[in-house]
Design a protein around this ligand. Sequence first.
Ligand code: DGT
Ligand code: CA
Ligand code: CA
Ligand code: ZN
Length: 577
Amino acid sequence: MADVTRDTLVSTLEEIALLLELKGENPFKTRAYRKGAEIVQNFDGDIVALAADGELKGIKGIGDALQQKLHELASTGALQYYENLKGEFPPTLFELFEVQGLGPKKIKALYDKLGISSVAELKEACQGKEISNLAGFGAKTVEKILSAIENREKFADRFRLGEVAPLAETLLERLRDHPKVSRSAIAGSYRRSKETLHDLDFLVATTKPAELTQFFTEFPEVHEVIVHGETKASIRLENGLQCDLRAVSNAHFPFALQYFTGSKEHNVELRSLALKKGLSLNEYDFTGEGDIPEVKEEADIYRALGLDWVVPELRENRGEIEAAQKGELPALVELSHLRGTFHNHTIASDGQNTLEEMAGAAKDHGLQYLGIADHSKSSFQANGLDENRLIGQIATIRKLNESFDDFALIPGSEVDILKDGSLDFDNDLLAQLDYCVASVHNVFNLPEDEMTARLIRAMENEHVTMLGHLTGRLLLRRDPYAVNIEKIIDCAAETRTVIELNCNPWRLDMDWRWWHRARDKGVLTSINPDAHATEQLQFLAYGARIARKGWLRREDVVNTRPLAEIQEWLALPKSKR
Ligand code: DGT
Ligand code: CA
Ligand code: CA
Ligand code: ZN
């Protein structure tokens, strides 16, 4: 039985409403399901357990029919009524629900009027003329739909780093533990800590390559074996992720590791450096006329070319080779340097844990402080706090802090940046907080100059310590909103506003490509998990990887500072930070 969560209940009810609408059922019936979804979503209590136990009686807005369906779904993991309803439509129709910007009304019109029931048909229709006769499908809308379809195609075979990391480490460990394996690694974009990945590139050193490719293709997670050779294998896992394995000799391992780590662009530069020294470099070894350097590990390859060893995160041909030649590679920040973190939610807004639980988890992570930043009142969908609740929370935190030794919760807020760049709370209240993260949570579709001006106005506020998730992107899901990042960086430098590195694996925002420039202008960052539950403090590990990828050093990251120092720093006026 699949795990039934509140989300399962909500999305099933919503889909039923949609399907009934497509069938042209009575609008009252449709509305009952939609209303039911909303009630389940906002119910204050363990609705899944209640539904499983058949104890939903008396919840306003959930009638007998809905109660029965929720009970069946929660107790068995499936709902016959829903399955039957789905069976009345072509299965490809459900793809349309995943296209951004296509709501139920539009889907119904496309289906009823043009018989469109798949993304492929929709794409074709958008490229043709007939669709423009349909009400609500003007040129702008059609253009948006086409770009959403293109996005979907572009993202179809990519995965977020955070989605694959736990699995990647499990598989690597299994290879490492094989008795015939002497060295092992995951190369490719995973080793370079890219924010999204196409596939995983495993590498083992072994004297029995065929045994290893056999072992690999028999992993229980395998959905499909794509290639199975003596030294090479490719598998696709049940979640769609492709994994390659190359089995090489111990002597070839450093070369293979270097080659398959990439990036391609970095490797092109390296090979041309080698050629200048009369050496040819490939995935097996150095060859050439003169002396061949001895290579035992990857760093020996770099040394032979007159370079310091370049950490994998920097291998993107963005200045790392020149820096390695001059011995000027930065000493990068490490996860173990972090002493605390900001921007975390609790049950007061849309988090899942209490202040006490979040504090306990932070201590378990070895942190000295945890910044609390629940949503502000305009984020009503996230149960944002109003003035009174926030004042209450500040008092609770200060009281709670008396019970801690060598640890503190830091009272703050994730305050909404309103459409005109003003903030959701006035300055008197903001002044009572120890810090504040300012973020955009609505009106994403402003023109670039307006959005930029909106953020700049927020940064100019003395009480805004840091800017939250700068572009609002959700990786492989929602594009960043239009904003001039260069101007934001300049303004951050000038106003001494920190730009957060939001390390929720859906965001990883600001993008790593901008950090080198930002730090050179003196901008500071804070690596923030945006944790909505205790276990999400683990996102800090992705944050450290992305910070390294952005050339950031310990001193560029404010939350590497110990508690006493960070409190002093927060107490300074912005201009002195
Ligand atoms: P992705 O798309 O997330 O899997 O990114 P990568 O970098 O892992 O790319 P992948 O898996 O195709 O190849 C792994 C590395 O192997 C790549 O970063 C560089 C190296 N490589 C693969 N194919 C070529 C090639 O045709 N030429 C060169 N120079 N290097 C290659
Ligand atoms: Ca790869
Ligand atoms: Ca690959
Ligand atoms: Zn936020």
